[in-house]
Design a binder for this molecule. Structure first.
Ligand code: GDP
Length: 444
């Protein structure tokens, strides 16, 4: 089968976890290419809620190999805790999870410095999770990071931890924080090393070898396209490449191995943290969406800002990622609304913008231009067939497809795996639908 990328088309939390978990039976490998444990994918399996942060969502399907690529930043404690917690619901261990030697590690000074930086920014803060992800990527770019591969040699690890901790202590002192003891940091990480060692390998070689011998790979993105470091609403973005381009740099595979990109998109829009959000609803409708959609972060519990579907933003995400297929999630949240709005353009200084502006300060000042469509009166919740969906909702899907120029392939109609509509002709050639359907009701 094909190798496909699944990523979010908005500001994250689109429901990628459910879609990846659902489609995984069609793939041999699921590989994460960026982000850290700031990501939070929630998957429901037979009423049981499972939240994944670092481990790819494919872990809940027996036999699937999960790869954490070099583009990911890894907090060893968070990784080991997650693996431990997953033991209750899935077979986990080095035979199922591979961590790249080149994945950079998050160290204790990273989160301390991030918190201090966010506090310093005050009103202008980014709204990060303060888990040290951004500072770990900073060290990577500054060529002083410590990588998973360094855990394989304790002498190398010790030297790097000592050099880095001493240098970071100067920054901690400037922030009025207590310096860290390099010996303590080393002892902790040497402890992690023995537990992590069996997972660490050259994942680029592993992936390319497996692809050559016919394995199919699902490349799993975290966060969303509009949070991409280069293409997102900078500076209110994440510190990694969440767009499809990140697959190649974040896993060490060539672009020619990617056959298709599937964009996961919510039937409305949400955003966590600061930054421009043209279709944000600060009224009762926004609150209804937040409540019905349970829009609180899986990782932080922070309430998400909610608004109407922004077709200008999603069309942009489709463009920068080469998205041809969409997985539309959470339309059931809009079930009771008498009418639904879709943003089709932005008014800015008297003109109508149809393209997503490249400057976030423009985005902050635009007024959304809406198309209003009737609600679908009858719920879409738990529907499993296209034909069973209410006609007004099908019109809504067609409208979104036209506006963003991509084809709906999956429509999620609830949190459970079985609450899904597959558009067979759109998925043809990309996934083995028979295998997905057969596995749909099977417990993990
Ligand atoms: P991710 O980071 O993109 O995986 O998204 P999250 O896990 O943070 O948020 C998605 C939430 O929406 C999870 O709690 C999912 O269980 C839930 N979800 C996914 N699809 C649907 C759907 O079709 N309807 C509803 N109501 N919830 C959904």
């Amino acid at each position: 089968m094909a190798n496909i990328v699944i990523l979010g088309t908005q500001w994250g939390d689109e429901g990628k976890g459910k879609v990846v978990d659902l489609i995984t039976p069609s793939f041999d490998i699921v590989a994460r290419y960026q982000g850290g444990h700031n990501a939070g994918h929630t998957v429901y399996v037979e009423g049981r809620k499972i939240v994944l942060h670092l481990v790819p969502s494919g872990i809940l399907r027996p036999g699937t190999l999960c790869v954490i690529g070099n583009g990911v930043v890894l907090d060893p404690r968070a990784f080991l805790d997650e693996v431990e917690a997953l033991k209750a619901v899935a077979a986990v261990g080095p035979e199922r999870i591979a961590v790249s030697t080149h994945a950079h590690l998050i160290l204790p000074y990273h989160s301390l410095l991030e918190k201090a930086d966010e506090e310093r920014l005050g009103e202008k803060k980014i709204g990060t999770t303060c888990r040290g992800i951004g500072p770990a990527y900073e060290d990577k770019a500054a060529r002083r990071g410590i990588r998973a591969g360094d855990l394989l040699d304790l002498d190398v690890l010790k030297e790097k931890i000592f050099d880095n901790t001493k240098a970071k202590n100067a920054s901690l002192r400037v922030c009025g924080l207590e310096p860290l003891d390099p010996n303590e940091v080393f002892d902790r990480y040497a402890g992690f090393a023995s537990a992590l060692r069996p997972y660490i390998q050259d994942t680029s070689r592993l992936l390319n070898g497996r692809i050559k011998s016919g394995a199919s790979v699902l490349f799993e993105g975290a966060q969303g396209a509009l949070l991409d470091l280069d293409h997102g609403t900078y500076p209110f973005v994440t510190s990694s490449s969440s767009t499809a381009g990140g697959v190649c740099t974040g896993l060490g595979v060539g672009p020619t191995v990617i056959d298709a990109v599937l964009g996961v998109t919510k039937a409305y829009t949400t955003r966590v943290g600061s930054g421009p959000f043209p279709t944000e609803l600060l009224d009762e409708t926004g609150k209804t969406i937040a409540r019905r959609g349970d829009e609180f972060g899986a990782t932080t519990g922070r309430p998400r800002r909610c608004g109407w579907f922004d077709a200008v933003a999603v069309a942009y995400a489709c463009r920068v990622n080469g998205i041809g297929l969409l997985a539309l999630t959470k339309p059931d949240v809009l079930d009771p609304l008498p009418e639904v709005k879709v943003c089709t353009g932005y008014r800015y200084k008297g003109s109508l913008l149809r393209d997503f502006p490249s400057e976030p300060w423009v985005l902050e000042r635009v007024e959304p231009e809406y198309r209003t469509v009737p609600g679908w009166a009858e719920p879409v919740l738990a529907k499993r067939d296209w034909a069973a969906l209410p006609p007004a909702f099908r019109d809504y899907v067609r409208l979104l497809e036209d506006l963003v120029e991509a084809k709906a392939a999956v429509i999620s109609t609830g949190v459970e795996r079985i609450q899904t509509v597959f558009i067979e002709d759109a998925l043809e050639g990309w996934v083995d639908l028979a295998r997905i359907r057969e596995a749909m009701d099977r417990p993990a």
